[in-house]
Design a protein around this ligand. Sequence first.
Ligand code: AMP
Ligand code: GLY
Length: 426
Amino acid sequence: MNRRVLVVGAGGREHALAWGFARSESVDEVVVAPGNPGTASFARCVPLDVGDPAAVASLADDLAVDLVVIGPEGPLVAGVADAVASRDRPVFGPGAAAARLEGSKAWMKEVLAGAGVPTARHAAFRADQQAEALAFLGMLDGLYVVKTDGLAAGKGVVVTDTRDEAEAAVRRYLSGEAFGEAGRTLVIEEGLRGPELSLLVVCNGNPEAALPLAPAQDFKRALDGDTGPNTGGMGAYSPVAIAGDEFVEEIMELAVRPTLRELAARAAPYRGILYAGLMLTPDGPKVLEYNVRFGDPECQVVLPRLDTDLGELCLAAATGRSLPPVRFAPDACVTVVLASEGYPAAPRTGDAILGLDAAAARPGVVVFHAGTTQDPTGAIVTGGGRVLDVTALGPTVGEARRRAYAAAAEITWPGMQYRHDIAAAA
Ligand code: AMP
Ligand code: GLY
């Protein structure tokens, strides 16, 4: 078919996407922009400023690609999908109007309210409303949650049972000291308790036609036992035993389809992945957040299990055609994120990574690169906070987990850290 796909982004999610398209029978060529040393090992990589809508659209034209797939939220919120679509090129990912769902948590909460979707009790405050924000904290009890309104790479959320800490976060956010403008509007909400679930849904613009992918569970805290600060995600696994087909359908009916209908009613129809971040509370599932792209690292455990042609699926969604049936292998998949010393606060970079080949040679294992780069000698070195996603398939979650950790043990660099309890309870 001579189909060419452009994947936009440079992280572990984009490595997994490029890997998925490379395995896709309907796709002949995968280009990644800018990509990373992991994607460069099997796909063409070209430099790109992913936040520049015109640059992305021009690159897609120059390469005459049949489909553009945008990995990260930043470009989506900045209108990159609109720029590509304005040139009549299929793009997988929502336009800026719908991407605002992730770009502003206050707006997301408005949409949820309009759609009647269960979520945590909350209120939004601007920089000049510090007194009101602190007073609102006094109306909550137990667990306090303070979030930046704008994008903060998964790090803009403080969950604490200490009122002092919550008040300190409010002051640091509203002053702009933490997260700059992104934090000068914030959302405060009641803390919910329960297991979390990530549901990624493929959307083609028709709310009734949206199809859920296999659910995954993400591990957001930096340290074992769900302690330490929130991160972009330290590991994930799929399938999730507590989320069978019936339960997923319940979430589609309760949350996803009403949200998609509400977006359509607000002239923001949705194409791409809608990621529902849910908490399964004693009062039923509640939406913590929506993201407008594949989860990272959830993507890394969902795509290896996908038995449907990824190219067909994404192109159908991008062009508003009916989606092919989505099927998953019974195998389980686990990914363990290897992070730099100091992540998430101040990751150290530039350390040489050893053992990549030995890890990748182990059965069922794929090592997706997240934050790696090459030094002038060509050696692969750490280039970010989350560095590698050591991913393994296996007949059970337990076996996939064992394989992933055995592969992780092959890899080393000074200060490398990772969680030891990813998928342990599963
Ligand atoms: P968000 O970016 O809104 O998904 O928040 C990131 C993470 O913070 C979530 O995955 C949860 O682990 C945690 N979190 C967010 N909102 C709440 C809440 N209302 N109660 C408890 N934990 C939360
Ligand atoms: N893993 C969480 C996220 O992608 O936002």
